[in-house]
Ligand binder design. Structure first.
Ligand SMILES: Cc1ncc(COP(=O)(O)O)c(C=O)c1O
Length: 451
């Protein structure tokens, strides 16, 4: 009988994270101070991040040791299984072999705790008492609520208002782990109050919630800020996914032909692919597909330019694919894919042609998710469902061409808190929405003038 799961023992949890920075195909543009236009230094970032994370942000060391207390906590759910999706293959009648690396087995149900635990650890080590963050769908907020609980830190979450209302159970989970959750825009910060004054019904956005969390951290001495995606150190922590995956594929006697992942800010997909990028640059044929929603098409319709990470322009300027920091995405259900920018490291790989972006409408994405749930059993998060759609399309192409490709899905999370979205899909109440080009062009006009 063929194995359906490729499992590793706890001893095989990676000892070090893989830092891609020394192996990039082109230099990474530095973050800039928006006032001076000069590269930011550690002193600029020190009010909001602990020093160890600032060092990781710019490190050129290829391997960065994972501290023992972090590895100890990783043992709660890591290594995560690599599954062979035999039933899905059978349903599609494809000669392709489909695998998925299952990050949904973490306590919060996604890849997010991989970095939440590391970030909570470094903050605690440096005497921080309270962490402020934003969350879109609530996945990140719940991961950080869980991680801060383990290190006895207080957690303050600014949750995008549409998700706060659409996903009350993610909020409950954060409360269970002891976090305070505020609907963003809130009355607690200048950025929140300004947004509410401009539009009392403002649905919020990740960019706005980031402004609120950064302001909270900058105005409280005992508080730092934490981001769940986009930044180099976050992508670094997520490489545990790809490092385990590489070992598991070796054990299965496989070489990935296609790696597909969904992209919100870029952390889960980057974590899965970074350990394979060097192989690709040295000539191995691996297609890397980054999948995003048509309603927030950052890679497929955005520009590779310097932009702010937030609406209130409090963050440094990052060189990334962006739809403009003033972009207000529509309320599609994949809340975690609603950010206006993408990680600078992943943006660089897209710009260099190493990674290929692709976008889908939400109805076709939910259709793919249902096919997956009805064959493999696990209900994917709507974010994850984007790359399942891509994997299914690739497997169907293989059926036509009779190619026996090995397709790997970065399965970033389960959808147990997204049942309202599944209900809406099954009742035919979900609408497809491609963001109008003229509105994207409008938001892109607001980009700061830095090259
Ligand atoms: C399950 C899941 N997958 C993917 C994402 C997208 O984030 P990233 O691109 O940083 O992995 C999110 C974000 O909240 C998420 O919850």
């Amino acid at each position: 009988m063929e194995s359906h799961k490729i499992l590793l023992g706890e001893k095989e949890i990676p000892q070090a994270w893989y830092n891609i920075q020394p192996d990039l195909p082109a230099p990474l543009a530095p973050p800039l101070n928006p006032k001076t236009g000069k590269p930011v230094g550690p002193a600029d970032l020190a009010p909001i991040f602990p020093m160890e994370l600032i060092k990781q942000e710019v490190s050129m060391e290829r391997w960065i040791e994972i501290p023992d207390p972090v590895r100890e906590i990783y043992k709660l759910w890591r290594p995560t299984p690599l599954h062979r999706a035999c039933r899905l293959e059978k349903e599609l009648k494809t000669p392709a072999r489909i695998y998925y690396k299952n990050e949904s087995v973490s306590p919060a149900g996604s890849h997010k705790p991989n970095t939440a635990v590391a970030q909570a650890y470094y903050n605690q080590q440096e005497g921080v008492k309270r962490i402020a963050t934003e969350t879109g769908a609530g996945q990140w907020g719940s991961a950080l609520a869980f991680a801060t609980r383990l290190f006895n830190l207080q957690c303050e979450v600014y949750m995008v208002k549409v998700s706060y209302n659409q996903k009350p159970y993610r909020r409950s989970l954060m409360h269970v782990w002891g976090a305070q959750v505020h609907a963003s825009p809130s009355e607690l910060t200048n950025s929140g109050r300004a947004a509410l004054e401009a539009d009392p019904d403002c649905p919020g956005s990740l960019g706005l919630a980031i402004s609120e969390a950064v302001e909270d951290a900058a105005t409280h001495d005992d508080t730092k800020y934490s981001l769940g995606s986009v930044l180099n150190h976050v992508l670094l922590h997520q490489t545990v996914v790809g490092l385990e995956l590489k070992k598991q594929l070796e054990l299965a006697g496989e070489k990935a032909d296609i790696l597909a992942g969904c992209v919100g800010g870029g952390s889960n997909f980057s974590g899965a692919i970074f350990p394979f990028v060097k192989d690709k640059l040295s000539g191995k044929e691996i297609e890397m597909i980054a999948v995003e929603p048509q309603s927030c098409p950052t890679f497929t319709h955005g520009l590779f330019r310097y932009d702010y990470g937030d609406v209130a322009k409090l963050t440094p300027l990052l060189k990334m694919y962006t739809l403009g920091h003033s972009f207000m995405p529509p309320a599609i259900h994949a809340g975690g894919l609603r950010y206006h920018g993408d990680a600078p490291l992943l943006s660089l790989l897209v710009h260099q042609g190493v990674v290929t972006p692709r976008s889908y409408h939400q109805n076709e994405v939910f259709e793919a998710a249902i096919t997956f749930a009805r064959t493999e059993g696990i209900l994917p998060a709507p974010e994850t469902a984007h790359c399942i759609k891509a994997a299914i399309d690739e497997a169907l192409k293989c059926k036509k061409t009779k190619q026996e490709k090995c397709i790997v899905i970065a399965f970033s999370g389960h959808g147990h808190f997204d049942l309202a979205a599944y209900d809406a899909y099954l009742a035919d109440r979900l609408e497809d929405y491609a963001y109008p080009k003229h509105l994207i062009e409008e938001a892109l006009k607001d980009l700061p003038k830095f090259e």
